[in-house]
Design a protein around this ligand. Sequence first.
Ligand SMILES: [Zn+2]
Ligand SMILES: [Zn+2]
Length: 432
Amino acid sequence: MAKQMYQTARGTKDTLPSEQPYWAEIKRVTEKTLLGLGFNRIDLPHFEAADIFSKGIGMETDIVSKEMFYIESRTDDETIKLALRPEGTAGAVRSYIQNGMVSWSQPVRLYYIGAMFRRERPQKGRFREFYQTGVEIFGDDSAKADYLSIMSAWEILSRLGLKNLLVYTNSIGCSNCRPKYIVKLKKYYKEKTAKLCPDCQNRYEANPLRLLDCKEEKCQVLTKSAPTMLDNLCTDCKQHFQQTLEYLDYFNIRYDLDPTLVRGLDYYTRTVFEIVEKNDKGRRNTIVGGGRYDNLVELLGGVSTPAVGYSFGIERVINLMKEQNITPPKLRGVEVCILQLGDRAKEVSKKIYDSLSKEDINVYFVPNNDGIRPQIRTAVKLGATYAVIIGQKEALNDEIILRDLTSSSQEVFSSKIIAEEVKKRLVKCECP
Ligand SMILES: [Zn+2]
Ligand SMILES: [Zn+2]
């Protein structure tokens, strides 16, 4: 009988050991940057009441209407319909409200790193389970928060070594100026709906702002002469956007205005932005996407609180690192192996293991009765830089042989100073 061969589910993947240095480096740089800018980490559940997403993100968005994974309820007492989170912001807002963060010192700056789930048609570089870093700033309606958002994302990508980055930004107005603009926009498209793609014909009623960012060529032709939100902002929105841009100028962040940038989600207000690779003119491979969402906290039942945030897909950043030939630092594996011969050496080895570990050296020691040659082979296979060799004679004399596994050269040291000696050498070999 043929054996069943199980495979990963459609749109999911294994992250094998060879990929881990990328993940570790992105996590390290992200946390260092964000903690250093006053953000705090939060971890949110992977599933929530589906309502949080449909209400927060918008029923008409692709994410909610086509891509959400609902969790089948098995018992009658599960009356609340649950869904796997397709993005992080709605859950973060739910948490802000539920935990009374409105009474914390404002602004509240949060970030999270974790898996998101969308039933997308799997294609190159897109998965149904994918990882995002999300950043949210609550309780600051000034342009400072918009700036801190964009700047922190820019910093993370730059510190990872990514080059040729460009911010696209736009303002999509507020509840004062946007409705008036939508009327103008619909008026512009009214006679032209027949020329739009089928998706846009639906968007005309359901989500007219999204007419602007359709990637279909026949729609883009029409977009060129459409009225822009930037020309129709109210005084407050205009001033807010100008201040945001002044901050970006000050920090030398490269940006372009893009009046067709609206982001797909309903909750955005005022500043929206994306960071892309400079040659990605059509913004097809957005690295970072975000913006302000001043009405979402209230919409989900909280006290009206301004907020701004963004997220980036970790897989996308890894792809870009590879495209730009950025090699992440190796993970620290085995640095020293202890090799021993004889019973007395075994006892001494345990003490040496403790003294090396205490110095934060990664040391591998499994007592065994093998000869020295096979033990050296094991050490080399494990990728250790040094072997500490303790034979019968060394055990009696409180001595140790330190063998450099790259050059095969050896030196004898007193066991008392071995930890210090190894540490000195390891530091030396990391920064030549
Ligand atoms: Zn406005
Ligand atoms: Zn279209």
